[in-house]
Design a protein around this ligand. Structure first.
Ligand SMILES: [Cu+2]
Length: 366
C-alpha cells in the first residue's frame, strides 16, 4: 500500500514534469510546424522586395551603367534557391547528381521506413501492452532470434548506406588531372577574390551588389537590378567567378583573414577557406549557366553579404572572356597574340572585343 502511494506520488510529479516539458516544447513545436507560414511570409517579403528593387532600379536609371554589362543572364530557378523549395537544389554536376540520388533514393526511403516502423511499434506497445489490456506481463527476457535480427538488420542498413557514400566521398576528392585549369579562390572579410594562375594570374574581387532602400554594404558598388543580367538580390555580385563547363577545374580555396567556406549548392561544392592553408577540390560543371552560393562559415558581421556567383561558359566563350581581362592570357598568349594566330575572322571581331573589355575593366574598377 505504502509502495502504491509512493508510486502515485511519483507518477503525479512525473505528470507535472511532463506538462512542464510540454509547455516548454509547445512554442518550439509551433515554430517547427510553422515553416510553411514562415516561408509564405518570406515569399511575400521577397515580392515586396522585388517591387522595391524594380522601383529603385527605375529611379536610379541615371546612375545605372550606360551600356548593359556583357554577361550571362541567369535562368530563373536554376542554380539558385526557389521559393517554397524543399530538398536539395537541382544539380548541375555529375557528383551532384550522384549525391542527390543518394539523398533522394537511398537515405529518404530508409529514414521514412524506419520512422514509420518505430511509430508503429510505439503505438502497438501502447495499445496492446498497457495495464488494462495486458494485466499479466510476460516474464520473457531473451529471444535469440529477435536479438539476432535487431543487430543484423541495422548493420546491413548501415553497410548499405556506407557503400555509396564512401564511393561519393572518394570521388569528391579525386584530384583533377595535371592539365586541368587551376583557379584560386580567396575568402576575405567580406568578399571573394578569384585568381587565374593559368591565364596570366589576373585577379577579380567579387563584391555583393548593394540592396535598394538599405544602407550601403559595399562602397562604390552599384545597386542590384540596375542591369538586365542581375540575378537575385543578396546573391548577385559585381564580378562573377567565370569558369569553363565540361572539364575538371582544380579549385584551390584559401582565406586571407578568418575561416570562410566556399559553397555552391547546385554544383555540389563546399569547401572551407582556411587562412594559411590551401584546400583543393575538383569542380566540373555540366552545363552553361549562372550558379549562386554563399559563404557558409560564420566569418564576421558581414558574413551574410559575401555571396558567390559562378558563370559557367563553353570553353571558347571562356577563352574570349579571359582575353578581355587585363593581363588575361590563353596558352601564354594575350589577345593580340591570339588574334595574330587566328584567321582574318578573328580580326574582324577584335574591335568589338576591345570595347567590351573596356566596359568590363570599368566594371572591375568600380
Ligand atoms: Cu565568409
Amino acid at each position: 500500500m505504502i509502495f502504491g502511494k509512493h508510486a502515485r506520488a511519483a507518477s503525479r510529479s512525473l505528470l507535472a514534469l511532463g506538462m512542464g516539458l510540454a509547455l516548454f516544447a509547445a512554442p518550439q513545436a509551433a515554430t517547427a510546424a510553422n515553416p510553411a507560414a514562415a516561408s509564405a511570409a518570406l515569399a511575400e517579403q521577397a515580392q515586396v522586395d522585388d517591387a522595391a528593387v524594380a522601383a529603385e532600379a527605375q529611379a536610379s536609371e541615371a546612375s545605372a551603367p550606360a551600356a548593359p554589362i556583357d554577361r550571362m543572364k541567369p535562368t530563373e530557378g536554376k542554380g539558385m534557391p526557389v521559393a517554397k523549395g524543399l530538398g536539395l537544389q537541382d544539380q548541375y554536376s555529375k557528383l551532384g547528381g550522384y549525391g542527390a540520388w543518394i539523398h533522394d533514393a537511398v537515405l529518404m526511403p530508409i529514414i521514412t521506413v524506419i520512422s514509420l516502423f518505430v511509430l508503429f511499434l510505439l503505438i502497438w506497445v501502447v495499445a496492446r501492452y498497457n495495464r488494462r489490456a495486458n494485466p499479466v506481463a510476460s516474464k520473457t527476457s531473451h529471444n535469440t532470434l529477435i536479438e539476432v535480427i535487431w543487430i543484423l538488420v541495422p548493420v546491413l542498413i548501415l553497410a548499405g548506406i556506407a557503400v555509396p557514400s564512401i564511393d561519393l566521398l572518394a570521388k569528391q576528392f579525386k584530384p583533377a588531372g595535371a592539365d586541368a585549369l587551376t583557379v584560386k579562390v580567396t575568402g576575405n572579410q567580406w568578399n571573394w577574390s578569384y585568381t587565374y594562375p593559368d591565364n596570366g594570374e589576373f585577379e577579380l574581387v567579387s563584391n555583393m551588389l548593394n540592396l535598394p532602400n538599405y544602407p550601403t554594404i559595399n562602397n562604390g558598388v552599384r545597386v542590384v537590378k540596375t542591369d538586365p543580367s542581375d540575378g537575385p538580390a543578396q546573391l548577385e555580385v559585381d564580378n562573377r567567378l567565370v569558369l569553363p563547363v565540361g572539364e575538371p577545374i582544380r579549385m584551390q580555396i584559401t582565406a586571407s583573414d578568418v575561416i570562410h567556406s566556399f559553397a555552391v549548392p547546385s554544383l555540389w561544392f563546399k569547401l572551407d577557406a582556411v587562412p594559411g592553408r590551401i584546400n583543393e577540390k575538383t569542380l566540373q560543371i555540366d552545363e552553361p549557366g549562372v550558379y549562386y552560393g554563399q559563404c557558409s562559415e560564420l566569418c564576421g558581421p558581414k558574413h551574410g553579404y559575401m555571396p558567390i556567383a559562378i558563370e559557367a561558359l563553353p570553353r571558347d566563350e571562356y577563352n574570349a572572356w579571359v582575353l578581355k581581362q587585363a593581363g588575361g592570357v590563353i596558352d601564354g598568349q594575350d589577345e593580340a597574340g591570339q588574334a595574330a594566330d587566328d584567321a582574318a575572322g578573328a580580326e574582324a571581331d577584335a574591335p568589338a572585343e576591345g570595347e567590351a573589355a573596356q566596359t568590363e575593366s570599368q566594371a572591375n574598377d568600380a
